[in-house]
Design a protein around this ligand. Structure first.
Ligand code: GTP
Length: 419
């Protein structure tokens, strides 16, 4: 921190006069001003539902917001075309109003997710959609006029788990691992009316163990210290239900006692969606709409988007301001550590390759040198042999050319001796 700024702040603190007012000034009305302004502006909330086809996503969204915002789709005929298709993303918005408070609700659906024989990349369009929303927000923030930015970022992602009663499927783990650093993940057990209470409880434990084992970060409620005991208890109670075992239904049915409730009728009785003894739907709705909507939005803005934004700007070469607050998320930290480790390994591999190449080069140059030496010796010996042969040739020709003269001389002498 800048020491000048720190000194200035310390000075300001010393100059604060603490005084209890005797009369009414009016700033106690500030929260009301804020309230009026917020109500006038309205609220927006974007929720994404992810899960395999037919797990009751549309039904649950309609049940959640008590409106036919999201008409159930017609069941598709089984396709004969087995070629891989992209996941189609559908976004529906609706303005809903309650006691004069307006809420712009957007539901983003991922139909047919996990339907294909090969689901390896089924998470890609979802991640792209989430990132595209972050990019749009980032672009809007960088414009000259930053007033009235429309927030289309995903604030909550309700992840539907098939009620198998066993464990998370590998595809669930894969998709959740890709999603958790980009959205507030809220896992739910779909169609929980198909499981008994004991099965649900065992399934929940298993899901949470899998989530922990795979270091998946799910939404955990407010991170700040809540001083209000009632709020803490409420939050703990909601969080104790994660993953929420939900049942969806938009139709009203009559209970044996004659009450009209939203629920599903079976030959053996009625399951009420709003009854906390029957399922966790009420707790999920309470969390999403009544108690944690602002928290979900804040966490998206202050942490998920902030991380995405700083990573994006850093990758574009913009220097990071060290004073910027960056909350430490264990999952993100682990991801960073993993990528650092991978970078380290890649560097080591490169270094080993370079050392290997260098050694090979050294060996090659040595071999070349000894080859040259051998050639030189060979040449030298050849030249020596050539020289010796030449000398012998010379000698031979000298001997041969000297022999007839000698013989002549010898003949002449012979005659003179006789004469
Ligand atoms: P796609 O649109 O294909 O992605 O399916 P979806 O996940 O939106 O499922 P949808 O809401 O269309 O529901 C599929 C079927 O499941 C319908 O027949 C619903 O009536 C039924 N269903 C929905 N919720 C529940 C539930 O909680 N329990 C049971 N038993 N059935 C449900």
């Amino acid at each position: 921190r800048d020491p000048k700024v720190a000194a200035q702040q310390a000075n300001d603190m010393r100059n604060i006069v603490r005084r209890k007012l005797t009369g009414y000034v009016g700033f106690a009305n500030l929260p009301n001003q804020w309230h009026r302004k917020s109500v006038r502006k309205g609220f927006s909330f974007n929720v994404m539902v992810v899960g395999e086809s037919g797990l009751g996503k549309s039904t649950l969204v309609n049940t959640l917001f008590n409106t036919s915002l999201y008409p159930p789709k017609e069941r598709k005929q089984p396709s004969l075309d087995f070629s891989p298709k992209t996941v189609g993303i559908q976004s529906i918005s609706a303005d809903i109003e309650e006691n004069g408070v307006r809420l712009r609700l957007t539901v983003v659906d991922t139909p047919g997710f996990g339907d294909f024989v090969n689901n390896d990349d089924s998470w890609r369009p979802i991640i792209e959609n989430i990132e595209q929303r972050f990019d749009t927000y980032l672009d809007a923030e960088n414009k000259v006029n930053r007033m009235n930015i429309i927030d289309n970022r995903i604030h909550a992602c309700v992840y539907f788990i098939e009620p198998t009663g066993h464990a998370l499927k590998p595809l669930d783990v894969e998709v959740m691992r890709r999603l958790h650093t980009k959205v507030n993940l809220i896992p739910v057990i779909a169609k929980s009316d198909t499981l008994t209470d004991d099965e649900i409880s065992a399934f929940k434990h298993r899901i949470l163990a899998d989530i922990q084992f795979h270091n998946i970060q799910i939404f955990e409620g407010p991170r700040y210290e809540m001083d209000d005991e009632e709020t803490i208890a409420e939050n703990n109670e909601i969080m104790s239900k994660v993953p929420f075992a939900v049942v969806g239904s938009n139709t009203e049915v009559q209970t044996p006692e004659g009450r009209k409730v939203r629920g599903r009728r079976y030959p053996w009785g009625v399951i009420e969606v709003d009854n906390e003894e029957h399922c966790d739907f009420a707790k999920l709705r309470q969390m999403l709409i009544r108690t944690h909507m602002e928290e979900l939005k804040e966490h998206t803005n202050n942490f998920l988007y902030e991380n995405y934004r700083s990573d994006k700007l850093t990758s574009m070469g913009v220097a990071q301001d060290p004073s910027v607050f960056k909350e430490v998320n264990p999952a993100v930290k682990q991801e960073e550590e993993r990528s650092l480790h991978e970078q380290k390994l890649a560097k080591m591999e490169l270094e080993m390759k370079m050392v290997f190449q260098q050694k090979v080069q050294e060996k090659e140059s040595k071999l070349k040198q000894s080859e040259e030496e051998l050639y030189a010796r060979h040449r030298e010996m050849k030249e020596q042999l050539d020289r010796q042969r030449q000398e012998l040739e010379d000698k031979k020709s000298r001997i041969e050319s000297g022999r007839p003269a000698e013989e002549k001389g010898r003949k002449k002498g012979g005659f003179s001796l006789r004469g």
